[in-house]
Write a protein that binds this ligand. Structure first.
Ligand code: ADP
Ligand code: G6P
Length: 499
């Protein structure tokens, strides 16, 4: 696929989405490739403008959809019916088609079933999970609404690629009306052990929704195995054939491929950004602005209770308290994108993090020289690249994470091979990046030891590890991920075979 640099200056990443909206054409225009995700790649910000939507799904999909004639169906972040009648918009090469959410949909489908039930359940029950029948009803209703738009928008024998936990019933609605459409679904989150998922009162419907696809992609082999075990327990698999790297199952006489497709990053684009001398200068200037610390540690996350931001801050605080780290020599930068402010669990996490930030700086900063720099903001990707270039140690410590693209972005930026990635064993990324220093975020003493090792790791050892991880990333790019997924769709459901 063509490199995506053309959009970087005024398009997707810098987001002067000033040229939005741009007409897609009259309703009923159909596309060969249709992407469906809860969110569009851009969302309405509070001031009526457009901002890039947060999260790894959007980062990956905007990279791979460049140059393809496709439409992206999703919610634009507004509430009410206005979005349905608003003119469709374009984003880069893609047309956008918005699906409206009412205030009730937002409360019951988005905050409720998606983020109050499924998100904690799929992240291994990190937060107690609530099962409400009204939330489930809204989830069904909104999935049906998305399906209706996809049915209207997809060409005969076209491809529908659905993303994430919000839309797991959508495949069943689409298949019933349009068996010709090739349907894939990729889950960006983990998929929990069947024992945990069995708690869900609507487990059969979720299983059947997923099995209505042609290809179901997960982040890791464990996630794929967990789903296969669920499908087996539900008695849905007529035949099971491991055909590496996927397992094909027969469901009501139909082939369905279930496999692990680890998502990745656009390494060439990142490499191009990093090799610009201005990027290195910006990174140096940034480091100087922090007082040129001997050690610079970095965390970059959406503010989510799954990310273990609090765990890493506690470890950092203890390292300062017991004198292992000297506040005169170290700086820690934590950037946290605002996320799901109104969903249960998020405001508590934010409060806890901000109290830790206050206490760490209160105890260890000097006047005009914080030891911990905390931003609760979304930054342009260029700025993140400068931070990745400047940081000696990157801390990625989620309690549970489907993949974690930030870890891969950091390694993709380290062209000189230096730098240390401290990575949670519970991130999907850890399955691939074995040369990171792995840690258990539930074990503060263990995490402190790993951070200490990271800060004293000889440069030769750093290079050895980073180079191995870079080789892996260059052999498994986000474009390989998408092409692999489309290849399996072609194989399981050749164009024109059904419907
Ligand atoms: P998730 O999808 O759960 O948010 P990932 O690590 O997979 O986690 O993806 C996060 C994406 O969002 C990455 O591409 C990262 O660069 C980007 N990102 C994270 N924090 C920020 C921030 N503060 N500002 C802008 N982008 C961010
Ligand atoms: C994660 C999820 C995405 C989601 C993103 C941002 O990356 O996998 O599906 O879009 O977080 O969350 P939000 O709730 O703001 O869409």
């Amino acid at each position: 696929m063509a490199p995506r640099q053309a959009h970087d200056d005024q398009g997707i990443y810098a987001l002067g989405v000033a040229d939005l909206p741009d007409p897609l054409g009259p309703p009923g225009v159909r596309h060969d490739v249709v992407i469906a995700a809860n969110r569009l790649p851009v969302r309405l910000d509070g001031d009526g403008g457009w901002a890039l939507s947060p999260g790894g799904l959007v980062t990956a999909m905007t990279a791979v959809m460049e140059g393809r004639d496709a439409v992206w169906i999703g919610w634009d972040g507004g509430l009410g019916d206005a979005a349905d009648s608003a003119p469709p918009a374009r984003f880069g090469d893609m047309a956008l088609r918005s699906v409206s959410l009412s205030e009730t949909d937002y409360a019951d489908y988005y905050e409720g079933f998606s983020n109050g039930t499924l998100w904690p359940l799929y992240h291994n029950g990190l937060l107690s999970t609530r099962f409400r029948r009204s939330w489930w009803a809204a989830y069904r209703r909104v999935n049906e609404k998305f399906a209706k738009v996809a049915i209207e928008t997809t060409e005969q024998d076209g491809t529908l690629w659905i993303h994430d936990y919000h839309l797991q019933l959508m495949p069943a609605f689409v298949r019933e009306a349009r068996p010709d459409i090739r349907i894939g679904l990729f889950l960006h989150t983990p998929f929990p052990p069947s024992q945990l998922l069995m708690r869900l009162p609507w487990r059969e419907a979720i299983t059947d929704g997923l099995l209505a696809t042609d290809v179901i992609g997960f982040q890791t082999p464990t996630d794929a195995r967990n789903f296969l075990s669920l499908a087996h327990r539900m008695g849905r698999t007529e035949e099971v054939m491991p055909i590496d790297p996927v397992t094909e199952i027969i469901v009501e006489g139909r082939r369905v491929a279930v496999g692990s497709f680890p998502i990745s990053v656009d390494v060439d684009r990142i490499d191009e950004m990093v090799r610009d001398p201005a990027a290195r200068e910006a990174a140096n200037a940034f480091r100087e602005s922090l007082g040129s610390p001997k050690h610079l540690l970095l965390g970059v996350d959406r503010l989510d209770y799954t990310k273990g931001i609090d765990a890493r801050l506690k470890a950092f605080e203890e390292l300062l308290r017991d004198g292992t780290l000297d506040p005169a020599e170290v700086a820690f930068v934590q950037v946290a994108t605002p996320s799901r402010d109104d969903v249960r669990g998020y405001s508590n996490t934010r409060t806890e993090i901000e109290q830790l930030v206050g206490s760490i700086n209160g105890n260890y900063a000097q006047l005009g020289k914080p030891v911990l720099h905390y931003l609760h903001q979304s930054l342009p990707f260029e700025d993140l690249v400068h931070l990745f270039l400047a940081a000696d140690v990157m801390l990625v410590t989620p309690f549970e994470d489907g993949m974690n693209l930030v870890a891969k972005e950091y390694i993709a930026c380290r062209t000189d091979g230096t730098g240390v990635l401290v990575l949670s064993e519970f991130a999907g990324t850890a399955v691939e990046l074995h040369q990171a220093l792995l840690c258990n975020p539930f074990d503060t003493a263990g995490m402190k030891r790993v951070i200490e090792t990271a800060l004293t790791l000889p440069v030769e050892e750093q290079r050895h590890r980073v180079r191995a991880m870079r080789t892996h990333l260059w052999a498994n790019t986000v474009h390989d991920w998408a092409e692999g997924f489309f290849r399996h769709l072609d194989d399981v459901h050749p164009r024109g075979q059904r419907g």
